[in-house]
Structure formats: structure tokens, C-alpha cells
Design a protein around this ligand. Structure first.
Ligand SMILES: [Zn+2]
Length: 193
């Protein structure tokens, strides 16, 4: 948690009614989090904290670009994201984030690490379907996929063999068959019929 200590906000110590923080989240941020879905990106988060008598309102304004895998060609692509999220923080006996719009933190500590909250807002801002703009996909892969999906085989710029040799390492499959005795058994059955 040491690497993420710079994302700890000392709510108890806030002097102003409104406090503003800005975080620039880059590849290092995602690496430090060891994040599951997003590993790269450059995102700016403006965090505005409003202090009320017995609560804090945290507003996160998220803007930037993350690197994700294109649904169509599986190459990396830049996905712009933009999001506004907020939740309330109150002091209580122990930490409780069951209710995602009201986080309770222990009063004696009075601090909250916002790293994972920022990550969640970024991950949620990524659209379900994300693909390169039309014509920007990795040509080789999309061409081959297109060829594979077409029923007509008149288009001979890529042979089926070219496709298979790239997608599946044929030699390793053959090797497995050679050493797997079940293949010999199968072969016997076919030879006898
Ligand atoms: Zn693509």
C-alpha cells in the first residue's frame, strides 16, 4: 500500500469548506494498483471535497485516455473517457463501504485512500463495446478474419493455410498428436474400418 499512500486524503484535517485536488494518473498508477482491467492510460482526476458539519461530499471529475483491447482486431487502442462521480463520506466506528454512495471511515483515522475509487470510476467509464474507428483496425488480423468469415473463396490474396499457420502453431499440435498414444489408438480404429 506504500506506493499508493499519495492518494490518501486527510479529511479530518481539512481546513477549508471546499478543497480541490488534482491527480495525474499514468501507467505507473495502473501498475502500482496492479489493476485487473486497465493497465495503461493517462487520466486527470479533479477531486473537489466539500466539507459539511458531519459529512464530506467528494466529487470526482475524470478525463483522459486509457489503453484497452479493441473488440474487433484485439490490438491495443486508445479509449477516451470522461466521467463525473460522487459519494459522501461520514465518520463512524469502523470502515464500511457497503453503500457505494456513503462511505463510513473510522473517526480516529479520519483519512481515505481514493486510489481504488478513482480506478473504479475509470473502469466504469469505459464503454461496453470499444473498437477502433472505422478503417483503423489492425489490417492483417481484420482482413484474415473477414476472409475466414466469407463463404466465397474467390478472393485469393490470403490462403486459408496462411491464416491457420499464424493463428495456430501447427507444429506444436502435430507434436502433441505424435506423442499422445490415444492418437495411435484412434488411427488403428480408422485403419481397421
Ligand atoms: Zn481494432
Amino acid at each position: 500500500m506504500g506506493k499508493l499512500s499519495k492518494y490518501i486524503v486527510d479529511l479530518k484535517g481539512l481546513q477549508e469548506n471546499v478543497t480541490q485536488y488534482e491527480y495525474i494518473l499514468d501507467n505507473q498508477f495502473f501498475a502500482d494498483l496492479d489493476a485487473p482491467e486497465v493497465q495503461k492510460g493517462k487520466v486527470t482526476v479533479s477531486l473537489t471535497i466539500k466539507r459539511f458539519s458531519n459529512a464530506f461530499e467528494l466529487l470526482f471529475q475524470t478525463e483522459g485516455v486509457v489503453i484497452v483491447q479493441c473488440d474487433r482486431c484485439l490490438d491495443e487502442m486508445e479509449q477516451p473517457i470522461s466521467s463525473e462521480d460522487k459519494f459522501t463520506v461520514k465518520f463512524g466506528a469502523k470502515y464500511d463501504d457497503e453503500n457505494e454512495s456513503l462511505i463510513v471511515i473510522p473517526e480516529e483515522e479520519g483519512t481515505l485512500n481514493v486510489a481504488w475509487f478513482m480506478y473504479e470510476f475509470i473502469a466504469l467509464a469505459i464503454p461496453m463495446k470499444h473498437v477502433h474507428p472505422s478503417g483503423k483496425c489492425n489490417n492483417l488480423v481484420s482482413k484474415k478474419l473477414g476472409k475466414l468469415l466469407r463463404t466465397s473463396s474467390n478472393d485469393e490474396d490470403l490462403s486459408e493455410d496462411d491464416f491457420m499457420s499464424e493463428v495456430v502453431d501447427d507444429s506444436s499440435v502435430d507434436e502433441e498428436r505424435a506423442i499422445d498414444p490415444r492418437w495411435n489408438e484412434l488411427k488403428k480404429i480408422f485403419d481397421n474400418n
